[in-house]
Design a binder for this molecule. Structure first.
Ligand SMILES: [Zn+2]
Length: 91
């Protein structure tokens, strides 16, 4: 009877140990899998989505080409932070 209780006790300890080890491993792999898409997004996808940064020639602010006010001057696209800056610009 005492032996049976000891076996069950040992089994419970072993199972909980294995589960905690598996849990740590799963979390480790999960972290690895999570890090890679984020790193890839930071290296490639995100800058393309946000656009390039261009300097507003009027006030010197850097603006994203995706959000800037654009004006074509002498065949070149110039980026401004606001319509006020684009109106002030004479190039
Ligand atoms: Zn500006």
């Amino acid at each position: 009877m005492v032996r049976a209780v000891l076996y069950i006790f040992a089994a419970v300890i072993l199972i909980s140990l294995l589960r905690s080890i598996l849990g740590v491993l799963a979390r480790g792999f999960g972290a690895l899998l999570d890090v890679h898409p984020q790193a890839r997004a930071a290296a490639g996808a995100e800058p393309r989505k946000a656009g390039e940064l261009k300097r507003d020639p009027v006030c010197g602010t850097y603006v994203s080409t995706a959000a800037s006010v654009q004006k074509t001057v002498k065949g070149q696209v110039v980026h401004f932070c606001s319509t006020a800056c684009s109106e002030k610009y004479k190039g």
